[in-house]
Design a protein around this ligand. Structure first.
Ligand SMILES: O=C(O)[C@@H](CO)OP(=O)(O)O
Ligand SMILES: [Mn+2]
Ligand SMILES: [Mn+2]
Length: 548
């Protein structure tokens, strides 16, 4: 794994790689596009230098390994592609194949849980939507049907409501469909019910250890049958818990009880438990709670000995969970490994909410380092607040850390991710998202000014769209409003927009330009590009570089 000198581009430290999370370049430039509305002189300036130094690349669909071109991009697939330089068939695609071929129902993971079907309970904990970022209902239903066909007699589902990858308020439709699906299993002798649940940003789906209390609330509801809100009907639960305007993402934990007030689906010894999400970041913590005998993050009160499986294995290094239904994508020989094998020094930084994105996802879903002596990873703790209340997030702190790393002269490449366009974009709050974009743009300026001063090079890009469209639209692109109130219907999800790639810096020779023969390039083409900026030819196995 030896990198050869580039030829045209000198090896001139430092190279900055900057990812603006959720910053798309959307064709619709109107008052609902926060990237467009925000005052962003830095990014505008980069664009104004013209197509030899600024272009967009695809960040969604098959270009990043997702099942179809209707799939919006997301951080996992985006950072996988940026880090690996390859288009990898992603979790969602692999689960589709495993269900279609029925391998999911004959492989080791299924054999592990199947003995529980006859006399114990099968529990499924999953994000309930068609978002396709963490999970999809068709896959969850496919698994449940497979279990019922294989003799599952008692099924309990613990749905987590979405409103982030799909529109707010859709939790009712998904619950409606789930309950109808579960009711239909009675004909096959399966007693199937919803047992507990809550919003994805309130219970269970915390990530990168930002807020373990979320996972604890989920554990209490799913496992112990303990939550302040108890209902006999799950549809009623959602209606009641949303009455005060709570969005789907933040629905409080609830437990479904019988007429006598007893929880209908606590998790007990010998039960099988399946996490129905394919994406890792937001289910690593709950997986640890189910799998680890030694566990101190919160008091589990009771630790049932379950047959626990993930839809995928969520962390290959930790082997977490040990059992899983579908083997995860193999992402080998990522840029991080190439750089480390060539003795090059890397600095990576973001705040908690995106820290694993620029490390774990970037490195092909690998925790830890390739070579700790060569890699420095810095995590700035994120605040635990609704991010529209603090839209600047930790952009200043990330900038300070990035500048320090650039100035230190220690690193060949300095990589940062700004979380705010994405995290604030997910709140659906236009004003706050504009502020997030403006802050981000100002921070990029600080980094670029320093690169200029130090005589280095830079590449600025993003992982997928989000802030670039903040409203739900009809097929013609017109903004949709609530029929009753007339208020705009916010778009909280990612978008299908392509993302910018800008290169430059004093050390980049004038002659280096973006090629014009790669109109369909995607995020995976960015990897070879920054390896070039570091003064090396990119490995032939990577997607071609954007520069000639
Ligand atoms: O918050 C998340 O988990 C996803 C959206 O579901 O966003 P991102 O892919 O940007 O991390
Ligand atoms: Mn992202
Ligand atoms: Mn996001």
């Amino acid at each position: 794994m030896e990198l050869r000198a580039h030829g045209t581009i000198p090896r001139k430290k430092p190279v900055l790689v900057c990812v603006l999370d959720g910053w798309g370049e959307n064709a619709i430039e109107d008052e609902h596009n926060a990237v467009h509305v925000a005052k962003t002189p830095t990014m505008d300036g980069l664009k104004a230098r013209g197509p030899s130094r600024y272009r967009t690349v695809k960040a969604h669909g098959t270009a990043v390994g997702l099942p179809t071109d209707a799939d919006m991009g997301n951080s996992e697939v985006g950072h996988n592609a940026l880090g690996a330089g390859k288009v990898i068939a992603q979790g969602a695609s692999l689960v589709d194949i495993a269900l279609e071929t029925k391998n999911a129902f004959s492989d080791a993971g299924w054999s592990y849980i199947k003995p529980a079907f006859a006399n114990n309970t099968l529990h499924i904990i999953a994000l309930l939507s068609d978002g396709g970022v963490h999970s999809r209902t068709d896959q969850i239903f496919g698994m449940m049907r497979g279990a019922v066909a294989d003799g599952c007699k008692r099924l309990r589902v613990h749905p987590l409501t979405d409103g982030r990858d799909v529109a707010d308020g859709t939790c009712h439709e998904y619950m409606e469909k789930l309950v109808a699906e579960l009711d239909s299993y009675a004909a096959q002798g399966c007693d199937a019910k919803v047992a507990s649940g809550g919003g994805r940003m309130a219970v269970t789906m915390d990530r990168y250890e930002a807020d373990w209390a979320m996972v604890e609330r989920g554990w209490r509801a799913h496992v112990l049958g303990d939550a302040p809100n108890k209902f006999t009907c799950p549809k009623e639960a959602l209606k009641e818990l949303k009455k005060d305007g709570t969005t789907d993402q933040y629905i409080a934990p609830f437990v479904i009880v019988d007429e006598a007030g007893k929880a209908v689906g606590t998790i007990e010894d010998d039960d099988a438990v399946v996490i129905g999400n394919f994406r890792a970041d937001r289910v690593v913590e709950i997986s640890k709670a189910f799998e680890y005998v030694d566990f101190n993050e919160f008091d589990r009160v009771r630790f049932p000995k379950t047959k626990f499986v993930g839809l995928m294995q969520y962390d290959g290094d930790l082997k977490l969970p040990a059992n899983y239904l579908v083997p995860p994508p193999l992402i080998e020989r990522t840029s991080g490994e190439w750089l480390a094998k060539n003795g090059l020094k890397t600095f990576a930084c973001s705040e908690t909410q995106k820290f694993g994105h620029v490390t774990f996802f970037w490195n092909g879903n690998r925790s830890g380092y390739f070579n700790e002596a060569l890699e420095t990873y810095v995590e700035i703790p994120s605040d635990n607040v609704p991010f529209n209340q603090a839209p600047l997030m930790k952009a200043r702190e990330i900038t300070a850390a990035g500048k320090e790393a650039l100035l230190s002269g220690k690193y060949d490449v300095v990589r940062v991710n700004y979380a705010n366009p994405d995290m604030v974009g997910h709140t659906g709050d236009m004003k706050a998202t504009v502020a997030a974009c403006e802050e981000c743009d100002a921070c990029v300026k600080e980094l670029l000014d320093l690169v200029e001063e130090l005589g280095g090079m830079f590449l600025v890009t993003a992982d997928h769209g989000n802030a670039d469209d903040m409203v739900q639209r009809d097929k013609k692109g017109n903004a949709l409003t609530d029929k009753a109130t007339g208020a705009l219907l916010p778009l909280t999800s990612h978008t299908l927009a392509p993302v910018p790639v800008a290169i430059g810096g004093p050390a980049l020779p004038e002659s280096v330009k973006f090629r014009d023969d790669l109109p369909d390039a995607g995020l995976a083409n960015v990897t070879a590009t920054y390896i070039n900026l570091m003064g090396f030819q990119a490995p032939a196995e990577m997607e071609p570089s954007l520069i000639a």
